[in-house]
Ligand binder design. Structure first.
Ligand code: PMP
Length: 375
């Protein structure tokens, strides 16, 4: 199998699996229990919290665990708009957010917030000044993903957030760092972020766990209420095994961010070089995007048909975003990729374990597929 769908999910690393097993077989207590079994679970969870916090330059106190980035995004946007949005009613966002942000914004829009979605310019690029042009004293929230999950485009989060914070000191900044975390440096202070969403399963952890960084002093109204776990902001017994797996994956990956980035950059160069030599194939990702995600258009052949052709060769890629289940999200259109080019888009997403031979195998099967498939 050639697995090139790592933006959808990654294979859990051995360290993550072992940490989850240990939490299920030894530290299986409820971390809220007052006895020793509970304390052991709490200590295991705290270790993960510390690892994740340290990786983004934060304190363990600033990290809250959730069921995944979808929940982190919901909590960040709903929680902050409920806490700070009585008077300030504008929310500024990028127009290429993941559905877990975009749909949440649509809901907030239905509840009376004014949501302004900023698009890339005709050159396919975002500019901090375009966000600044629509931020005003009425703006409660500014949200921008760091790396786009469909194209790998890197948004100017740091520049935008720092400018916005300078001009509007009460504005709350949120960034969905799911596709950036453990791939590019993600540091809360440097980014100027008040809220950061992270996911475990995109970084060789296990599905069903995420985190939300909350800057000290930022208040969120809970979405889920109950037993007051996670400082009362996110009730529900924490999934200690998944949290420990998340922490173990971070501990493993954190020291090698730069090394892996360079390695995957070389793989991206190889991939774009190979596919560009196939007639009709276009590369949709920018050269300076995250190397982990490469979006291409397969010479007008419908994405789904090509995806299944590749699947028949045991090569797994994605058409657009996995979360949209084959439905076009409109994000490619925002980047100026429309019509047949969008209908034939494929997303190839790698890890540092992807090999050059796998990339070559993909490219030669793509070449064959373009000749062999109809549609
Ligand atoms: N944001 C982005 C950018 C993503 O790529 C994803 C996963 N497709 C999510 C949020 C949702 O993450 P999770 O699966 O942890 O809910």
């Amino acid at each position: 199998m050639v697995y090139l769908d790592n933006a959808a999910t990654t294979k859990p690393c051995t360290e993550a699996v072992n940490a989850a097993i240990e939490a299920m077989t030894e530290n299986f207590g409820n971390p809220s229990s007052l006895h020793r079994a509970g304390l052991n679970a709490l200590l295991a969870m705290d270790k993960a919290r510390k690892n994740i916090a340290a990786s983004i330059g934060a304190d363990a106190d600033n990290i809250l665990f959730t069921s995944g980035a979808t929940e982190s995004n919901n909590l960040a946007l709903r929680g902050a708009s409920a806490a700070y949005g009585k008077k300030r009613r504008r929310i500024v966002a990028s127009a290429v957010e993941h559905a877990s942000v975009d749909e949440t914004l649509s809901d907030l829009e239905n509840k009376g917030f004014e949501v302004i979605r900023v698009s890339p310019r005709d050159d396919g690029r975002f500019y901090a000044e375009d966000f600044m042009a629509v931020c005003n004293d009425d703006t409660v929230l500014l949200t921008m993903m760091y790396v786009n999950n469909e194209t790998g485009y890197i948004l100017p989060v740091k520049e935008t957030f720092n400018s916005a914070k300078k001009r509007f000191k009460d504005i709350i900044t949120h960034t969905d760092c799911v596709q950036a975390y453990m791939k590019l440096p993600v540091k809360a202070n440097a980014l100027g972020a008040d809220l950061i969403s992270l996911s475990g399963h995109k970084i060789h952890g296990v599905k069903g766990v995420g985190a939300l960084y909350i800057r000290k002093g930022v208040r969120l109204i809970p979405v889920v209420t109950g037993g007051k776990q996670e400082k009362g902001i996110r009730s529900g017994t924490e999934s200690v095994p998944l949290i420990c797996a998340f922490g173990a994956a971070v501990e493993k990956l954190e020291p090698t961010i730069k090394e892996r980035f360079d390695r995957v950059s070389a793989l991206k160069d190889r991939l774009t070089g190979l596919v560009s030599s196939i007639e009709g194939v276009e590369v949709n990702s920018p050269a300076d995007g995250s190397p982990y995600v490469v979006n291409i258009s397969a010479a007008g052949k419908r994405s789904e048909i090509m995806l299944h052709y590749l699947e028949s060769k045991e090569i797994y890629v994605s058409s657009g975003s996995a979360c949209s289940k084959g439905q076009q999200s409109g994000v490619l259109g925002q980047f100026g990729i429309n019509g047949k080019r969008a209908d034939s888009a494929l997303r190839i997403s790698m890890t540092a374990e992807t090999t050059e031979a796998e990339i070559e195998q993909f490219a030669s099967s793509l070449r064959e597929g373009i000749v062999n498939v109809r549609g």
